[in-house]
Design a protein. Structure first.
Length: 173
């Protein structure tokens, strides 16, 4: 989606149409996409995963396209002038410059999706740690389990951030 909506890589008409579709998808909040898919698939993890993924693709498509559009036009034009196709342009001009930004956006969205997964699991009964947190706090009143689950969520978020920092450092070199 990002390649199709980046003005410097796709034809203007295609980029405009794809950007409009992505904007329309992003205009609907993630929770509503989960509810829309819950109607057709029923409550559960399938609807939650598809709803969160659907919104994430639109979000990442936009921010990836913005990152790709920030690449200096001179390097892309030089490869185009030499007769290079799309794949060599992506491998030699686009990815080396944009890899760190793309990775950063990916991890940001991963953190957002993790938070949505906890909320959807608790609110919609989609399962996972959010559902366990909901049942432990509202049905069992087992606050030791609630505390443990919150620590697990926090630990996972910290580990994900450490991995993101290490990978960004690798791509920045």
């Amino acid at each position: 989606m990002a390649l199709l909506s980046a003005d410097n890589l796709a034809p203007k008409a295609v980029a405009s149409v794809v950007k409009a579709i992505l904007a329309w998808i992003r205009a609907v909040p993630t929770i509503l996409w989960v509810l829309i898919y819950s109607v057709s698939l029923g409550l559960g993890p399938n609807a939650a995963v598809i709803g969160i993924s659907f919104h994430s693709v639109a979000y990442l498509g936009k921010v990836y396209a913005n990152s790709l559009e920030a690449i200096p036009a001179a390097s892309i034009e030089a490869l185009k002038a030499s007769g290079a196709g799309l794949f060599p342009i992506l491998c030699q001009a686009v990815l080396p410059v944009a890899a760190a930004r793309l990775l950063s956006w990916t991890f940001i969205r991963f953190e957002i999706n993790f938070a949505y997964a906890v909320v959807v699991g608790a609110a919609a009964g989609a399962g996972g740690i959010g559902y366990q947190l909901f049942t432990a706090s509202n049905f069992y009143f087992d606050f030791h389990e609630v505390g443990l689950l919150i620590y697990l969520i926090l630990g996972f978020a910290i580990i994900a951030e450490l991995v993101a920092v290490k990978l960004r450092a690798k791509f920045m070199d």
